[in-house]
Design a protein around this ligand. Structure first.
Ligand SMILES: NS(=O)(=O)c1cccc(F)c1
Ligand SMILES: [Zn+2]
Length: 266
C-alpha cells in the first residue's frame, strides 16, 4: 500500500507522522485571503515571463498520486515576477477532487476550483539539479493555474488526456512527443498572487516560491472524469475494478501564518 495518499488512513492529516516537514510553518497550499494580499510596488512591472518550446518530447507517468508530465526542460525558462533567477521547467501535473466543488489545492476566499495545474520549475542558475534545488528555500518555482468546468474541451489538455488510458495503473508511463502550446495552458491574464511555501505532497519540502494565477482556465467534465479514472495501484494489484481509483489528490489549505501574500497584475 502507499505510505501516504489521500484516503482517510493515509491522507494529509496523517502525513506529519512520517514526514515531519508537513507540520512546518511555510506549508502549501494556503487559502488566498484576497483582503490580506498586498499590492506593494515590489512587484510592479515584474511580469512573470515564460518561454517554453512548442514541440517537445515528453513522458507522462502515473505516479500513483496522479499523472505527471516530465519535460526535458533544456530550452524552457521562467523568470520575472517574484523570481530573482531563471528557473527551468521540470514537470507539470494536476490535482483534482471527487466532485467538481472541490479539487484545487489553493482556494480563493474559501472558494475551491474543480482542479489545479502545477508547472514545476527549478532554479538552474543557482543549483545543479532539480533534486538539489528541492532542498533549498528558493529552489523551486511552481505556477498554479485554477481549472473550472466549462462546456468545451481544453484542446491542449486533450493531448495529455488522450494518453491517460495508457497509464491507468501506477508506474505505467508513455513516451510521446507532441507539440504542446503551454501558452494555452496558462490564463490570458497574468494577474497573480505569490508567497513562499512548500511542496504540497510529502516530503513537503519548504522550497517553493509559489505563483498562483487569479484567472482560471477551463476543462470539461468529461476530461476531468478521465483524470478520475487513473488508479493509485499497479496492474498486478488484484483489486476490484472500481477500487483504487484516484478520485481525489488534493491537500487542503494550511495556515498562511505570518507569511506575506503579494499580488501583482491588472
Ligand atoms: N504539488 S507540488 O507542490 O507542485 C509538487 C509536489 C512534489 C514534487 C514537486 F516537484 C512539486
Ligand atoms: Zn502539485
Amino acid at each position: 500500500s502507499l505510505d501516504w495518499g489521500y484516503t482517510d488512513d493515509n491522507g494529509p492529516s496523517t502525513w506529519a507522522e512520517k514526514y515531519p516537514l508537513a507540520a512546518g510553518a511555510r506549508q502549501s497550499p494556503v487559502d488566498i485571503d484576497t483582503s490580506k494580499a498586498t499590492s506593494d510596488n515590489s512587484l510592479v512591472d515584474r511580469e512573470i515571463d515564460w518561454s517554453y518550446p512548442s514541440n517537445c518530447s515528453y513522458r507522462i507517468v502515473n505516479t500513483g498520486y496522479g499523472w505527471r508530465v516530465d519535460t526535458y526542460g533544456d530550452d524552457t525558462a521562467l523568470s520575472g515576477g517574484p523570481l530573482s533567477e531563471v528557473y527551468k521547467l521540470e514537470q507539470f501535473h494536476c490535482h483534482w477532487g471527487a466532485t467538481n466543488d472541490e479539487g484545487s489545492e489553493h482556494t480563493v476566499d474559501g472558494k475551491s476550483y474543480a482542479a489545479e495545474l502545477h508547472l514545476v520549475h527549478w532554479n538552474s542558475e543557482k543549483y545543479s539539479s532539480f533534486k538539489e534545488a528541492a532542498s533549498q528555500p528558493d529552489g523551486l518555482a511552481v505556477l498554479g493555474v485554477f481549472m473550472e468546468i466549462g462546456n468545451a474541451d481544453n484542446a491542449e489538455l486533450e493531448k495529455i488526456i488522450s494518453l491517460i488510458p495508457k497509464i491507468i495503473h501506477k508506474g505505467q508511463d508513455s513516451q510521446a512527443s507532441f507539440d504542446l502550446d503551454f501558452g494555452s495552458l496558462l490564463p490570458e491574464s497574468k494577474h497573480y498572487w505569490t508567497y513562499l511555501g512548500s511542496l504540497t505532497t510529502p516530503p513537503c519540502n519548504e522550497c517553493v516560491i509559489w505563483t498562483v494565477f487569479k484567472e482560471p482556465i477551463t476543462i470539461s467534465e468529461r476530461q476531468l472524469e478521465v483524470f478520475r479514472s487513473l488508479k493509485s495501484v499497479g496492474e498486478e494489484d488484484a483489486i476490484e475494478p472500481e477500487e483504487g481509483k484516484l478520485v481525489k489528490n488534493y491537500r487542503p489549505p494550511l495556515p498562511l501564518g505570518n507569511r506575506v501574500l503579494r499580488e501583482c497584475g491588472p
